[in-house]
Design a protein around this ligand. Structure first.
Ligand code: ATP
Length: 307
């Protein structure tokens, strides 16, 4: 099997003005959770709609499940579960009735699946309530229940945490992780809130103004979030030589005029400080800190940053 469940090549969408999705090359690996992160208007929803054949691309190619086809294959509707924008259901029907209609439309009416979907998103106790009386969070949870009910191989979820309270976010996160771990479901989700995906996604794509700025693994991202010890010194060049030659440290960065950041060397800071002094380098400050993922993203998208 192809290693990617979703792959796009130069995927582009233009309406009247400049491209809102601009030459996107996405690689969503099988059995992983991939988060598309971007500010409002970055083009995330449009991208997802193109993957689902709801919006026609202006250019580029989409490969789903390793099969490049000129037209969207209808059987994908059975293999994919999706939640795009605000979920819509019949207002005067209950959650069960709504899911039942959907299940029949999919040609797969199984009471156990409906029951499971409602229980998974804590809607099993609201059996009599009609959709019109649902809160925003409950509507969102019903949208998620509808997306997972037929046990799809791929989930495409646009802002799945929308409208959920912190407990709801935690529950949905745990459920998605479990789906991925136990069933091998591939999950492609979008968000503009960084903290929502930190304990969830394994791969992250950062999108801004229609472009994919970065596509990277979580481990790589954490490099930007590591703890460090920062030295303020009289001579940066000579201090780097001390780090490398005396202490065998190559994992450091020059972060400013006269400052160097050493990663993962917290316990050795006194020893390193002494080494610098012995070599005649004045140390005017030593501080410990952690790179913030938020700062990294702010730098990446420029200016305002992300949630
Ligand atoms: P949000 O988090 O706010 O939903 P997003 O990243 O999902 O943002 P999109 O909804 O894909 O972004 O919108 C990307 C850009 O495309 C926006 O500037 C939007 O105004 C524009 N856009 C979306 N749909 C249309 C349309 N049907 N006609 C014209 N422009 C559109």
């Amino acid at each position: 099997m192809n290693q990617y469940v979703i792959e796009t090549e130069n995927l582009t969408k233009k309406y009247d003005g400049p491209a809102v999705v601009d030459g996107l090359n996405l690689h969503v690996p099988a059995g992983k959770i991939y988060a598309l992160l971007g500010r409002n208007g970055a083009g995330k929803t449009t991208t997802m709609k193109m993957l689902l054949n709801l919006v026609r691309p202006t250019g580029g190619r989409i490969t789903l499940f390793g099969e490049a086809s000129a037209a969207f294959d209808k059987k994908n509707y059975y293999r994919i579960g999706s939640l795009i924008e605000t979920p819509s259901f019949y207002e005067n029907l209950t959650a069960w009735e709504n899911l039942e209609i959907l299940a029949r439309l999919r040609g797969r009416h199984r009471r156990d699946e409906i029951e499971h979907a409602l229980t998974a998103f804590n809607l099993d106790r609201e059996k009599k309530k009609r959709f019109r009386d649902y809160s925003l969070g409950m509507k969102q949870r019903l949208g998620l229940a509808a997306a997972i009910m037929h046990e799809p191989e791929l989930l495409i979820l646009d802002e799945p945490m929308n409208g959920l309270d912190p407990v709801g976010i935690h529950e949905v996160r745990s459920y998605l992780l479990q789906l991925c771990r136990e069933k091998g479901t591939t999950i492609f989700l979008s968000t503009h809130i960084l903290s929502e995906i930190e304990q969830l996604a394994e791969v992250i794509g950062v999108m801004d103004q229609g472009r994919l700025l970065e596509e990277t693994g979580l481990q790589e991202l954490y490099r930007h979030n590591r703890r460090y010890v920062e030295f303020e010194v009289s001579d940066v060049r000579r201090a780097s030589l001390v780090f490398e030659r005396l202490f065998g440290i190559s994992d450091y960065a020059v972060t400013g005029n006269g400052t160097l950041r050493l990663y993962e060397q917290l316990q050795r800071r006194a020893e390193i400080n002494r080494g610098l002094l012995t070599e005649g380098i004045t140390v005017s400050g030593v501080s410990v800190g952690a790179g913030k993922l938020e700062d990294y993203f702010t730098k990446l998208v420029g200016g305002e940053g992300i949630g």
